[in-house]
Write a new protein. Structure first.
Length: 216
């Protein structure tokens, strides 16, 4: 029986960096983890239309830095930076509301543009999810997604659907491949994302692997 592991988790500390980079003692560790979760949850809801790809959180003694990778940075910044200031104020409210003055952190936001959104497993999966919810034919949606990804320069892609696909009475798994996906090669740069699509018939789990090449 094969042992399935998360491709990103397996490579963290090797070719990938940690998503949260900070150190805390036993007293503050749990509160920092909860704070990170709330920040990511807020940004996921707020920046969904901007094509949010990733959020990295760095903490120092008096500063909290968020590195936000999006496909459309103009949506995040807004006209004259108004939207960015609103996001910064909301983050400050999440982080500093319950803290005394000397414990409050200075907030810094860094917005980075994703040059090739078609090589992001998260954006590819979210596009397929939207199509499945709107009852678009699943095979056509997957085929179009794979063509876009390979056209953007990927070395390989794998997409797996699990559940009541196309409203079937009995759930099943369907896997689609194109190119190569060396899942056991630790130096392979594989972007991975999984999320369910909540359709009228029920849940359909979606997993996307995109192989971008080896990191030497």
């Amino acid at each position: 029986m094969g042992q399935k592991v998360n491709p990103t988790l397996m490579r963290t500390g090797g070719i990938f960096n940690w998503k949260s980079r900070w150190f805390a003692d036993k007293k503050n560790y749990a509160s920092n983890v909860l704070e990170d979760y709330r920040l990511r949850e807020y940004l996921e809801k707020k920046l969904g239309n901007a094509g949010l790809v990733d959020v990295s959180i760095k903490r120092s003694i008096s500063k909290l830095t968020l590195i936000i990778e999006v496909a459309r940075p103009g949506v995040v910044i807004g006209k004259g930076g108004q939207n960015l200031e609103k996001i910064k104020a909301d983050i400050d409210h999440i982080v500093n509301t319950s803290k005394i003055k000397k414990e409050k952190s200075r907030i810094e936001l860094k917005i980075e543009e994703v040059k090739k959104p078609d090589l992001s497993a998260k954006l590819v999966a979210e596009r397929i999810i939207g199509q499945l919810i709107s009852r678009y034919p699943h095979r056509r949606a997957v085929k179009q997604a794979m063509e876009r990804v390979m056209g953007a320069g990927a070395k390989g892609i794998k997409i797996q659907l699990s559940g009541r696909i196309a409203g079937a009475e009995i759930s099943r798994n369907e896997k689609y491949f194109q190119g190569s996906i060396p899942t056991q090669t630790l130096r392979a740069n594989i972007d991975y994302y999984e999320h369910p699509a909540i359709t009228r018939s029920g849940y359909i789990g979606i997993k996307v692997w995109i192989y971008k090449g080896e990191i030497v």
